[in-house]
Design a protein around this ligand. Structure first.
Ligand SMILES: Cc1cc2nc3c(=O)[nH]c(=O)nc-3n(C[C@H](O)[C@H](O)[C@H](O)COP(=O)(O)OP(=O)(O)OC[C@H]3O[C@@H](n4cnc5c(N)ncnc54)[C@H](O)[C@@H]3O)c2cc1C
Length: 364
């Protein structure tokens, strides 16, 4: 391959979608992934196509999230048709067994999202029968969807492998960036190989900080935040709604698998699952939907979210270093924000008018 125009470092959902939009804009792209494509956070997540308690987040998060919510149905249908892999975008809705919060109704008005207050057991049962008997009220968000993110990741990877103008190299860890003065000229792999390019986009999720040169400090603030999830096998259709209380959520897949997530464990790159998290998550699941007590636990895993203080990702050029760009730090919302984040990054890299004001995501 002759030198690419652009190197994308990191093949999670953010890197794969960014690479796709860059190729669509005529760039010749090389994507380098240290392991296999889309096997880290983008594989490990829950796939709720909404931030949890979205009114708690700044507009900068909601703007990208709402873009994803509106565009995913069409984008994922096309992805399914192109790859034969169905990411299972399901309109399960989100039933929140929490009280209304300040800012919630204003948020719903501002972003034109529906929230219905349910004030009786009968109303809860009409949305989702079988909830624990202590629940008498809730909040119903019928428009919230879920996506089966391991399948989304697989479909994105499959499309990437067949995209003209996009070259993928897996098991090719990037050790550092090549720089001449204040200009990026390419990357150096762990193997010592160097590859030249006009621009480099870092989409390395939780690992982004370690790749940034000293002149570009902002993404060093991205820290790994481990999240563990436990999976039950229920009967298909036994639970059909996503259910949440106090940041613990159940996500029912089409085939009866039910996820309960997730822990928030900042500060380390280790991904071990723990017996304590298993017991805690199981107890939370059964406390929401008691029938899960009779369902086997079939899996437990952990992933590393790219954590930032306020959940706002870094998207755009590194001001001090020409040719260096970042798209990382989507924290708990990289699936719902991923599409908009990737489009914005590609637009900023190709000089196109961005579809949202890029200022809140700027580095530095
Ligand atoms: C438990 C859990 C639940 C979640 N639930 C949701 C949810 O319901 N909804 C939602 O929207 N989001 C959710 N998320 C968040 C979402 O998964 C992440 O924000 C998103 O996947 C981040 O994507 P990414 O591509 O930046 O990171 P990743 O998927 O981690 O990809 C980064 C890639 O960079 C590669 N890489 C790193 N260093 C290098 C290097 N030096 N050279 C080459 N490659 C490198 C890694 O191997 C990796 O493949 C959840 C996350 C977790 C862990």
């Amino acid at each position: 391959m002759s030198n690419p125009d652009c190197i994308v470092v990191g093949g999670g959902a953010i890197g794969l979608m960014s690479a796709h939009f860059l190729v669509e804009r005529g760039r010749k792209v090389l994507l380098l992934e240290k392991g296999a494509l889309a096997r880290e956070s983008s594989w490990a997540g829950g796939g709720i196509v909404s931030p949890m308690y979205p009114w708690r987040y700044p507009d900068a998060v909601n703007r990208l999230a709402v873009y994803g919510q509106r565009r995913y149905p069409e984008v994922l249908a096309r992805l399914r048709d192109e790859t034969g892999i169905d990411p299972e975008l399901l309109p399960s809705g989100m039933l929140m067994l929490d009280e209304p919060e300040p800012g919630m109704w204003e948020w719903a008005d501002k972003w034109s999202m529906k929230i219905e207050r349910l004030t009786s057991r009968q109303a809860l049962d009409a949305v989702q029968p079988g909830l624990d008997a202590r629940f008498e009220s809730g909040l119903w968000m019928p428009e919230i969807q879920q996506v089966r993110n391991p399948r989304l990741a697989k479909a994105l990877a499959a499309r990437a492998r067949h995209t003209a103008g996009l070259t993928i190299r897996e098991h090719a860890p990037v050790a550092g960036l090549l720089q001449q003065g204040d200009r990026i000229t390419g990357v150096r792999l762990d193997s010592g190989e160097t590859i030249a390019a006009d621009s480099v986009l870092i989409t390395a999720g939780a690992w982004t900080g370690g790749l940034m040169p000293p002149g570009c400090p902002a993404p060093a603030k991205i820290e790994p935040v481990k999240g563990q999830i436990v999976q039950f096998q229920a009967e298909p259709g036994q639970l059909t709604r996503m259910v949440m209380r106090e940041s613990r959520y159940l996500i029912p897949r089409k085939d009866g698998l039910v996820l309960i997530g997730s822990t928030l464990e900042p500060g380390s790159f280790e991904k071990r699952t723990t017996a304590a998290a298993l017991e805690d998550l199981k107890a939370s699941a059964i406390a929401l939907f008691p029938a899960l007590a009779g369902c086997p636990v079939v899996n437990q895993w952990a992933g590393l979210r790219p954590g930032t203080a306020d959940g706002v990702p870094f998207i755009g050029p590194c001001p001090a270093i020409e040719g260096l760009f970042v798209n990382a730090g989507q924290f708990r919302n990289g699936i719902v924000m991923g599409l908009g984040s990737a489009l914005l990054a590609a637009q900023l890299m190709t000089g196109e008018q961005p579809f949202v004001d890029p200022a809140p995501y700027a580095l530095g």
